[in-house]
Design a protein around this ligand. Sequence first.
Ligand code: SER
Length: 320
Amino acid sequence: MKTILVTGACGQIGTDLTGVLRRLHGENTVLATSGGRPPADSVLGTGPFDVLDVTDGEAVDRLVRRSHPDAIYHLAARLSAVGETDPQRAWLVNMGGLYNILEAARAHDVRQLFWPSSIAVFGPDTPRERTPQDTVMRPTTIYGVSKVAGELLCDYYVRRYGLDVRGVRYPGVISSEAPPGGGTTDYAVEMFHAALSSGRYTCFVREDTVLPMIYMPDCLKAALDLMAAESLALQHHNAFNLAAMRFSAGDLAQAITRHVPHFTCTFEPDERQAIADSWPRSLDDTAARREWGWRPDFDLPRMTADMLGRLRARRSTGPD
Ligand code: SER
């Protein structure tokens, strides 16, 4: 029986991933942990849960020793926009947390570790269209800096200790379950909620801002498929570029308006615009496609219809 530890299990990806892992491997085999956000019923009510501050190395070591997981999905992190409000804390959580998890995994023979990187590793000097897998990485946010350093550290543990660390560079993630927490791409999720609640949204990036995005089912599929891939087929292990969709904030507003005709969106860029402008507009994910067969299922129209269907179903059964 495979046992799994998830950190950041109450975050945007963690909430959905914990549910899927519990359905796949059995409820009691997946230990969900969070250091900040309180657990939703979908996490707390379906299996074991512990509080874990990933910046506390001893606590991480104790928990990994006690639970002895076969695999860890380490998702706890501070995202790009909130990271800029307290860069010191962001570094501590993102890099300190990753280091503690890597060390515990090494010390207690954890078989596999999944750690997500992000499009935030790229910066204004990187080619912005079809951004290559291996290219210039000089980010301007502390989140991006911690993700670049994290990619290097993960590669080091693969080479130096033979730890099986795998990961992808997620684009902006769109999902209906848990909200994102302080990212630059959050507008893409907020727009859906606003369309259904007030019918109005003020978007914090320009209408022509194009960013790569991915819908949660594809986001989860990527993590699971990469973790299941034959090790010998992988040349990169970590930090695979993932392309799924790309659209402008204006395209998204129009796609939503097709389903919610009274929806109006205005655009008032704030400081997050500069972050968005430093990131790729599209990604070359040939390495992921070639090395482990990555293929997304959702494009903009399909994602929009599915998101609105899910959010409407939730609104009809309880408060949003
Ligand atoms: N969604 C993240 C952010 O906006 C990027 O990985 O910070």
